[in-house]
Ligand binder design. Structure first.
Ligand code: ADP
Ligand code: MG
Length: 347
């Protein structure tokens, strides 16, 4: 007999750990052998006992569960186990986090394809826009800001769909008095400068975070770094943002412009909405020949995963990312259209 969490959820294995919770792969069980994969997020012990945090966490989980968008990982359930510890049940995203995807490309010294990166950015921005436009039951604007757009909170599924996770959960963390150094550090590096002066989160703070995430995925390096949180804050406030052309020379000037606009110090000079930024990225992609649909994304995810696995043993320097993935998986499929994205070597 397997022990079921809350009588419903089977916990299978630890998938990862962040500053606030441990994430497990699990599944729900129904009648006649029905089973469905889920992600189970168990709040870490000290937070689980912090009433202030829990109040905010429950409230945020409730609000966020109202968001119904293809690019937002759905929240299914929120409950507490026999020992009184809280857990959140959400959509299991079978795929890679954006940081894992990037590592796949870098494992053998390649750059991430800029057009797939832009396509991922568009889906993240679409998710954010839906949340920023959220309305309450009476039709009044009730925007939800993400506050924690990081390469770990963006996932790309094996089907090539982008899912933004952990919507609004950072709010609970902010408002409670408990802060874990690890959490603050990770999260800080994607914060808009005005947030370090305690400004309120806004569409522009989320846009800034998307800018940092895309910058890092394209550069292959962290933007705002420092040994301790204070140093990170200093680098954010200094706003020294190297031009991406220092890292690679295959990026269109227009893409650099779009990122510069997202990363302006003054919120009013950034994109007015996530949608505006998504539109600029989409207009740029329309000008290229290469296809960046879910099919190609899915191939890329498969390829990136394969690259991290083969990191030590073989130096792969293959010309085409996606097509190679199929060959490696043992199913060199002649019927797959040549929609693969060329690889660019890092300097
Ligand atoms: N819905 C999900 N589906 C699959 N894996 C997930 C999901 N949510 C989180 N993960 C995995 O668990 C890890 C830890 O998640 P989390 O606790 O949110 O911390 P962080 O976002 O800081 O990495 C993530 O990096 C990711 O690999
Ligand atoms: Mg997360």
């Amino acid at each position: 007999m397997v022990e079921l969490l809350g009588g419903k959820y089977e916990v299978l294995e630890l998938a990862g750990e962040g500053g606030m919770a441990k994430v497990y792969r699990g599944r729900t069980h129904g009648a006649a052998g029905f089973a469905r994969p889920v992600a189970i997020k168990r709040v870490l012990a000290p937070l689980s006992q912090n009433p202030e945090f829990l109040k905010m966490f429950v409230e945020e989980a409730r609000v966020v569960s109202e968001l119904d968008h293809p690019n937002i990982a759905q929240i299914h359930d929120f409950d507490r186990d026999q020992t009184g510890e809280y857990y959140l049940v959400l959509e299991w995203v079978d795929g890679l986090t954006l940081s894992e995807w990037r590592e796949g490309y870098h494992a053998h010294g390649n750059h991430t394809p800029w057009n797939l990166t832009a396509a991922i950015g568009i889906e993240v921005l679409n998710a954010l826009h839906a949340a920023h436009e959220h309305m309450d039951a009476d039709g009044r604007p009730a925007p939800i800001f993400h506050r924690d757009v990081t390469p770990q909170n963006v996932m790309v599924s094996n089907c090539g769909v982008v899912k933004l996770t952990d919507f609004g959960l950072a709010k609970a963390m902010d408002r409670s008095s408990i802060t874990k150094p690890g959490f603050v550090k990770g999260k800080l590096s994607y914060m808009a400068p005005e947030l370090t002066y305690e400004a309120e989160p806004s569409a522009q703070t989320d846009v800034f975070s998307v800018g940092v995430v895309l910058w890092e995925v394209l550069a292959g390096e962290k933007l705002f770094k420092g040994k301790d949180p204070l140093k990170v804050v200093v680098t954010i406030r200094n706003m020294e943002i190297p031009d991406l052309s220092e890292f690679r020379d295959d990026l269109p000037e227009r893409l650099l412009e779009i990122l510069r606009k997202a990363l302006r110090r003054e919120p009013a000079e950034r994109y007015r909405s996530s949608r505006d930024m998504a539109r600029d990225l989409a207009a740029l992609l329309r000008k290229t020949e290469e296809v960046t649909d879910a099919h190609v994304m899915a191939q890329s995810v498969r390829w990136a995963r394969e690259q991290t696995r083969t990191r030590a043993s073989e130096p792969a320097t293959k010309p085409f990312a996606a097509q190679e993935a199929l060959a490696r998986a043992g199913g060199a499929d002649e019927t797959v259209p040549d929609t693969s994205i060329p690889l660019t070597r890092r300097k």
